[in-house]
Design a protein around this ligand. Structure first.
Ligand code: NAD
Length: 335
């Protein structure tokens, strides 16, 4: 098999470690780049025939044209969501693209539930207090999830597992999806309803849809007003499912009772980076961080050993297939 040179954008130590381990027995040459793909950074690939990108890389028309002119014919996304690539442009330019559609839906669903539990029972605040020898419980009152209603928007791989976990806790679970799964719903006692009914009835709403034209700002002023006072929102999917400024208004008014986010509309350049010694320039994110009832993690829902191993296994197998002219793994092809 010819040796394939692959440029890996936005590489973190855990990416490098698992990709190297997964390719230990292959003829693979990696060029690990710590920065994101953009029209400006394309030149750094230096002779690579394939590139590997992650959620905040910019595989837009300009970057893809520049990659094509340097001879790149394959972009491997090491993530499930594919809103970071212009697929129409990739097709026109003759660039193949794949993703890793299901590396561990459990990892992401478990993080969504971890955020919900931590937010509701105020675990981060309690942890900080106890570390400071403050053993007071004032302000730490949560609510029983058992018996409350959860709304799952999007019952694909991750949404379904989240729903099943919440059913296990004893919640009533409502769901909406343009492509419902009635047999699954019956098996787990989940009820499909319209989006408005879900939003009006749920104490907890968790978003599990991809980011598309239709789902952008699914949570905005109008839909926030449908929700019951005190609603708890969970978003581990994509930041732009939520209109951040409208969310901040709903938090300020007290209408929204709590928000847990693993993704943020403007996360690019902030999430995944250590900015602890710098001045945060994003005023909306800075405002969100001031609310005692907002819990934010920096896009880590996928970050388990199992998920990283699977991402690397699928990515390496597809790169090997590309190099040897074999078809990509079933279900991974985008373009
Ligand atoms: P999936 O394709 O299996 O499921 C998505 C579901 O959303 C589908 O059933 C689809 O019909 C439904 N949907 C589409 N438009 C909808 C709408 N308007 N209303 C309701 N439902 C709608 O995807 P998945 O594997 O469950 O992943 C969901 C999303 O999670 C991904 O697109 C990605 O953006 C995000 N994700 C985040 C992380 C993370 O680390 N935070 C990791 C993996 C995936």
């Amino acid at each position: 098999m010819p040796k394939l040179k692959t440029a890996v954008f936005d590489t973190k130590p855990y990416d490098r470690e698992t990709l190297e381990r997964a390719s230990a027995n292959c003829e693979m040459e990696w060029r690990f780049l710590p920065f994101r793909l953009s029209e400006e950074t394309v030149g750094a690939i230096r002779g690579a025939q394939a590139v590997c990108i992650f959620v905040n890389d910019h595989a837009d028309r300009a970057s893809l044209s520049a990659l094509a002119s340097l001879g790149v014919r394959y972009v491997a996304l090491r993530c499930a969501g594919f809103n970071c690539i212009d697929l129409a442009a990739a097709k026109e330019l003759g660039i193949a693209a794949t993703r890793v559609p299901a590396y561990s839906p459990n990892a992401v669903a478990e993080h969504a539930v971890a955020l919900l539990l931590a937010l509701n029972r105020k675990i981060p605040r309690a942890y900080i207090r106890v570390r400071d020898m403050n053993f007071s419980l004032n302000g730490l009152v949560g609510f029983d999830l058992c018996g409350k209603t959860a709304g799952i928007v999007g019952t694909g791989k991750i949404g379904r597992i989240t729903a099943q976990i919440l059913r296990g806790i004893g919640m009533r679970v409502l769901a909406c999806d343009p492509f419902p799964a009635p047999e699954w719903a019956q098996q787990y006692g989940v009820e499909y309803v319209g989006l408005e009914t879900l939003m009006r009835q749920s104490h907890v709403i968790s978003l599990h849809t991809p980011l598309t034209k239709e789902t952008r700002y699914l949570i905005r002023g109008e839909t926030l007003r449908w929700m019951r006072p005190g609603v708890v929102l969970i978003n581990v999917s994509r930041g732009a499912l939520i209109h951040t400024k409208d969310l901040i208004e709903a938090l300020k008014s007290g209408h929204v009772g709590g928000v847990a986010l693993d993704v943020y509309e403007e996360e690019e350049g902030v999430f995944f980076e250590d900015l602890s010694g710098e001045i945060l320039q994003d005023d909306a994110l800075a405002r969100l961080l001031t609310f005692p009832n907002v819990l934010i993690t920096a896009h880590q829902a996928f970050l388990t050993h199992e998920a990283l191993e699977e991402i690397s296994r699928v990515t390496v197998e597809n790169l090997v297939n590309f190099a040897s002219g074999k078809p990509f793994l079933a279900g991974t092809v985008l373009a």
